[in-house]
Design a protein around this ligand. Structure first.
Ligand code: OAD
Length: 249
């Protein structure tokens, strides 16, 4: 019944915005951000490692944590939820609409599964950046040869957004533009506790969009959405795509 609700809204929408969080990658074997850390890292709180202060205090530790996450992610594959989203984008754009995929995930799995219009609002694990010049480096050796690697003037830091840092201006602008014209907004697999991403639903509503939240469980943001859909993204998204345009994985 609720899925029919989502499918009907998508069928009549020309401009769609999806926002994803760590839950979308859970079925690829990547622990969600708030899952307890394992092994050596179990003594750390991820929210305390993901800060400029932690990097300042111990750049080697923080870089090593991100580098290990990068290696773990490179060993994982996109799951049926990622592929269904890529197929949805192709369907919408083939029919003259726009489909914007905003993601808080830094794992790059949306791009690897074929999504084109992806806005990585929290940056990416595969990019490293000089703390002084801002120059970005991709194609870094795996693992990094040393932690952290000195550049000419500064230190190499992970190209992700940390707690207390602003989102990249380009990403914010792209998100703002897409949200201002969206007709359907779907937030998937995110705990809805990190702003500004958690607040994008308000921008979508202000634009008149129908809003849906897909998650294993309700979140602090659930009451802001028109409809809550309970389920695993890797199962529900292919089902929505199938009902919408006959998608089969
Ligand atoms: P979290 O780890 O906080 O939340 C993951 C959400 O996904 C939870 O609400 C789960 O219930 C849900 N979930 C888990 N498995 C799922 C599945 N198979 N299908 C659907 N939902 C599922 O991750 P995020 O909300 O993405 O930011 O975290 C947001 C941001 O907080 C991260 O980008 C990171 C962190 O601080 C920064 O590092 C700046």
């Amino acid at each position: 019944m609720t899925l029919q609700h989502v499918t009907d809204a998508l069928k009549s929408a020309k401009h769609v915005v999806v926002m994803t969080g760590a839950g979308v990658s859970a079925e690829s074997g990547i622990p969600t951000f708030r899952d307890a850390l394992e092994g050596y890292w179990s003594k750390y709180d991820p929210a305390e490692l993901a800060t400029p202060e932690a990097f300042q205090r111990d750049p080697e530790l923080v870089s090593r944590w991100y580098d290990e996450r990068r290696m773990k992610v490179l060993a994982c594959d996109p799951n049926p939820g990622h592929f269904a989203l890529a197929a949805m984008e192709a369907h919408v754009t083939d029919n003259g609409g726009t489909f914007t995929l905003l993601t808080q995930n830094v794992d790059g799995l949306h791009v690897r599964s074929g999504s084109q219009n992806v806005v990585e609002v929290h940056g990416s694990l595969t990019t490293w950046r000089c703390t002084v010049t801002g120059e970005e480096f991709t194609d870094m050796p795996t693992p990094l040869e040393s932690y952290p690697t000195p550049t000419d003037e500064g230190l190499l830091r992970p190209g992700v957004v940390w707690f207390g840092e602003a989102l990249p201006m380009k990403a914010l602008q792209a998100a703002g533009e897409a949200l201002s014209q969206c007709e359907v907004y779907l937030a998937i697999g995110t705990s809805g506790v990190v702003f500004p991403a958690a607040g994008f639903v308000s921008d979508a509503k202000a634009a008149g969009a129908k809003t849906f939240e897909l998650n294993l469980q309700k979140t602090p943001m659930t009451s802001y959405f028109d409809t809550f859909v309970e389920g695993k993204s890797g199962e529900v998204l292919p089902e929505i795509a199938s009902q919408w345009f006959g998608y089969s994985s």
